[in-house]
Write a protein that binds this ligand. Structure first.
Ligand code: MV4
Length: 449
């Protein structure tokens, strides 16, 4: 009996998962919302089940509807992809309790990493460098609290332990704002996450965002697949990612790799994960761990030849897999451009019908997308349309290859950020790899207009 997997997602990642399943002779069940009847991957799925109205809360976030579809079709496992329920420990637990393997880490691990204080403590205990700060209970005494912040040194950042991904955080420039900022962050966190707990960190003003891809087999074996640089982002939405990160201090990097592997082994991490860092002045500072596949996983796959999605499936289904660091070889440089359905200047979403389009191709070019001519981009979901990935010997040649791929590519009928990518590929700061997490918003988009 071949395995059967339910794909609890939509768009390009659902297609990516089906492609991996096919290579492993796993049959697939795709769930979709009423707004998603025309998704490409439904044509390649063995079975399809409509799980509810277009609204995400009633479909892709609707645990009972997804579990009912799983019951109905008798699947072995559930693939969450990214977003939606991918990092919801309750969902992972419900899957397991209903007799379906959740393809990812254990509910306990998801929960630990979702609580940022717990995640930081786990990272620190494995030898990962964390951002200096304070993660004990905040004292009631205001003077005591001020003394703690003063010792860290302003500017500091107040973060909600239940936050992450840029939610529930606030910079404090001086002592006079400390108490009010802490109170506001706690109030907001209580409303947004039902958890008002906060912690303090030194504010790292102008870092790069570097992340390390890891894979664990759940039995104490783990490997890393190198770094990605995701510094080119706007409002916590990455738009260009690349692998490996360049101009990184080699000894810091090797120490960080070792500590990341330690962490994964210690918690018997299962599946794919990403350990996120701020990198400034030759130092890595852990910020959080994502317990899911990420949008930008293809750049890592391109430089290693390691199929991360197939590994997720093999690990979850108990198929043979050997995670051997020595067998991981790195080649060249990969760049990914995320093409979004949005106005390239105002960033307003631009759903609607794609009247005409053309896909790039050629040596060293990968294109991951669910869209096609005639497809109507629905307004209910995130705006990611396509990922163009180039691989070449060097960073410069990968950028040149991207320029050529972007020249071939066109989409008509809706607005996309394609022109923004074309400008960025010629931008000196990007080409010279001098950009930090602040560059796009505070320099590039300001100078441009
Ligand atoms: C920070 C920081 C500066 N100092 N922490 C934003 C997302 C969340 N994962 C952590 N984030 C940040 N944490 C300290 N102590 C700056 C950011 C940050 C950021 C981090 C990565 C990528 C883009 C970013 C954009 C703005 C702020």
């Amino acid at each position: 009996m071949p395995f059967k997997v339910l794909i609890a997602n939509r768009g390009e990642i659902a297609l990516r998962a089906i492609r991996a399943c096919k290579e492993l002779n796993i049959s697939t069940v795709s769930v979709y919302s009423e707004g998603d009847k025309d998704l490409k991957h439904l044509k390649f799925s063995d079975e399809t089940v409509c799980i509810g109205p277009a609204s995400p809360l009633e479909s892709y976030l609707n645990t009972p509807a997804i579990l009912s579809a799983a019951e109905l079709t008798q699947v072995d496992a559930i693939y969450p992809g990214y977003g939606f329920l991918a990092e919801d420990s309750n969902f992972a637990e419900m899957c397991e309790k209903s007799g379906f393997k959740f393809i990812g880490p254990s509910p306990e691990t998801i929960k630990s990493m979702g609580d940022k204080i717990t995640a930081k403590t786990l990272a620190e205990n494995s030898g990962i460098q964390i951002v200096p700060g304070y993660k004990e209970d905040i004292p009631d005494d205001e003077e005591e609290f001020k003394a703690i912040a003063k010792k860290i040194g302003y500017p500091i950042m107040i973060k909600a332990t239940a936050g992450g991904g840029g939610r529930g955080m606030r910079v404090v420039k001086s002592e006079e704002d400390l108490i009010s900022s802490a109170e506001i962050t706690m109030q907001e966190a209580k409303i947004a996450f039902g958890n008002e707990k906060i912690y303090l960190e030194k504010f790292i003003a102008n870092p790069r965002h570097i992340e390390i891809q890891v894979v664990g087999d759940g039995k104490g074996h783990a490997i890393h697949l190198g770094t990605r640089d995701c510094s080119m982002q706007r409002r916590h939405q990455k738009i260009i990612e690349e692998a490996p990160a360049q101009n990184i201090d080699e000894s810091s990097l090797n120490q960080t790799y070792e500590a990341c592997i330690n962490l994964c082994k210690k918690i018997k991490y299962e599946g794919a994960g990403t350990i996120e860092f701020l990198y400034e002045d030759g130092q890595f500072y852990f910020i959080e761990m994502n317990t899911r596949i990420q949008v930008e996983h293809p750049v890592t796959e391109m430089i290693t030849g390691f199929d991360i999605v197939k590994a997720q499936l093999r690990i979850a289904l108990g198929l043979d897999i050997k995670l051997d660091q020595n067998s991981i070889k790195f080649f060249g440089h990969a760049v990914e451009c995320r093409i979004n359905a949005e106005d390239p200047e105002t960033f307003q979403p631009s759903p609607g019908k794609i009247t005409k389009m053309h896909i790039p191709g050629g040596f060293g070019i990968r294109y991951d997308s669910h869209i096609y001519g005639g497809y109507i981009v629905p307004p209910y979901y995130d705006s990611l349309l396509a990922k163009i990935i180039t691989l070449a010997n060097t960073r410069n040649s990968a950028i040149k290859r991207m320029i050529s791929a972007l020249d071939e590519f066109f989409i008509e009928g809706i607005k996309t950020n394609h022109p923004l990518h074309q400008k960025l590929m010629h931008d000196d700061t990007f080409v010279n790899n001098e950009h930090t997490i602040n560059y796009l918003e505070t320099e590039f988009l300001k100078n441009d207009s």
